[in-house]
Ligand binder design. Structure first.
Ligand code: GDP
Length: 464
């Protein structure tokens, strides 16, 4: 059966990056895309999915020459008639061609409008649409390949599989409510529904774990470097980034402001913030920096406290001072994200193994030398452990909203189990399973509010 697509007003946009390149592509989609494509390329007809060489005509002559391809609805990216005009990749030429499309009746596409139409016409689901945006904006190979796996439907298939299973149990539960005395079997207590619910819970946990890795992969983690001036914070940042960005000097208090760097540590993107040296000072500028540093520490996922092995200051006292220097007592919260790094071990003959307790927590520092690179790999491993970054072989890209929905689905499924095993309340089991299904449906967009759709697609770039 051929899918019927209601074609919307024609939109057009430059689909390739603005700049100079061999080829630049203008994409048209909508009810007049074919007509406009024929007019610009001076063709009476365009054969679907054929590359036609053409001279592109403007009002006062030929604008450019190149290839035009027609994708007939519904066999196109958006599901509508789509025409791609491939000219030369020059800013002026591309804009002249785009203006010609507007003269012929198209209007400028808004951000994500092509993908939105593809979603509305059932060509892709929401997870796949988001994966397009994530693949395009990927900053690491792991991000890019995971996004492409999500785009290919790996994530959606898992969700759809669960949705189908939930439908099956709901049918089973509904049947047991409607026909309670069928034979000698009590459907609610024969263990079948419970084992099916347990199976779903197990799968939800698996998907949740994969999605949490996918979200870490996509969004990365925020790491704050703190420590006394001259401990080697900037040197550590440079060591991790592999470039000289922060100013490294031996004058205490050089790093006055916050310096942010995005670094890819073997797949884990960290947003690393180098703070002003945390110390009491009368210098106004430096004081401002210290205030901002504390703020950054509270917002961070990991706090890397860097300490100079050669200083006489007791490390435990130093860390306690740092934690206690906050007016509100958030010591426990900060201890959870604390990693202590002792730098400059190249100055010693033997690397010490000093550990200490703060409150009840054992602190095991990581010894490094930013000068030689010694211990840096171990530090990276510990950092990944701290944030639980252990991406599976075939990881997927995921967003906070997916994880939120998966957690809600899990909660409702656990509710269903409780209603079943504790209260034998068939109707409530069915209702909880329905809510679980609804939460999962939000992920792929089967049930999604318009407002959320607008938010998701508006973060795309124009032409996608
Ligand atoms: P920050 O104030 O904490 O940012 O410290 P810097 O990174 O500016 O470093 C202060 C000084 O310590 C500089 O002179 C660095 O060259 C030196 N330094 C940093 N790391 C090491 C290290 O591992 N070994 C030695 N010997 N010196 C280091």
């Amino acid at each position: 059966m051929t899918q019927v697509v209601v074609q919307q007003p024609t939109i057009a946009a430059i689909a390739t990056p603005i700049g100079q390149g061999g080829v630049g592509v203008i994409r048209l989609s909508g009810k007049n895309a074919y007509k406009i494509g024929c007019q610009i390329s001076q063709k009476n007809t365009l054969i679907p999915r054929h590359a036609h060489f053409a001279k592109f005509l403007g009002e006062s002559g030929v604008i450019d020459e190149g290839v035009v391809i027609y994708f007939k609805a519904p066999h196109s990216f958006t599901g509508e008639d789509v025409v791609e005009i491939q000219g030369h990749g020059g800013v002026v030429l591309q804009n002249m061609l785009l203006s010609r499309c507007f003269e012929l009746g198209a209007r400028q596409a808004t951000a994500g409008e092509f993908s939105m139409r593809a979603f509305e016409n059932g060509k892709i689901d929401l997870v796949q649409a988001e994966a397009i945006a994530d693949a395009i904006s990927a900053t690491s190979m792991a991000q890019a390949t995971s996004a492409i796996r999500s785009l290919s439907g790996n994530f959606s298939n898992k969700i759809n599989g669960l949705l189908e299973k939930l439908t099956n149990i709901r049918l089973y539960v509904e049947a047991s409510i409607d026909f309670p005395d069928e034979g000698d079997v009590d459907f609610l207590s024969d263990g079948v529904i419970e084992s099916k619910i347990n199976e779903i819970l197990g799968q939800l946990d698996d998907i949740l774990a994969t999605a949490e890795q996918g979200q870490l992969l996509r969004d990365g983690v925020h790491v704050v470097l703190a420590g006394r001036p001259n401990a080697g914070k900037s040197s550590l940042l440079n060591r991790l980034a592999g470039v000289e960005r922060a100013i490294v000097t031996d004058v205490a208090g050089t790093t006055r402001d916050i310096l942010e760097e995005r670094i890819n540590l073997g797949g884990l993107v960290i947003h690393l913030t180098d703070t002003a040296g945390l110390r009491q000072t009368d210098d106004k500028v430096e004081q401002l920096g210290i205030h901002r540093a504390k703020d950054a520490i509270h917002r961070a996922d990991v706090l890397l406290v860097v300490h100079d092995v050669a200083t006489k200051v007791d490390l435990k006292v130093f860390v306690e001072e740092l934690l206690g220097s906050d007016e509100t007592d958030r010591t426990d919260e900060i201890l959870q994200k604390l990693l202590v790094v002792i730098n400059k071990v190249d100055l010693l003959n033997d690397v010490p193994h000093e550990t200490f307790y703060i409150k009840d927590q054992l602190i095991v520092p990581t010894y490094v030398s930013c000068e030689t690179g010694w211990g840096i790999d171990e530090l990276i491993d510990r950092l990944k452990d701290k944030v639980g970054f252990h991406p599976p072989e075939n990881g997927l890209i995921a967003r906070t909203r997916h994880i939120d929905a998966l957690k809600r689905a899990k909660k409702h499924t656990l509710d269903a189990k409780e209603q079943l095993t504790v209260f034998f309340a068939g109707e409530l089991v069915a209702e909880s399973l329905r809510l679980s299904q609804q939460a999962l449906g939000e992920i792929t967009g089967r049930v999604t509010a318009d407002e959320l759709l607008g938010k998701i697609f508006s973060s795309f770039c124009i032409g996608k």
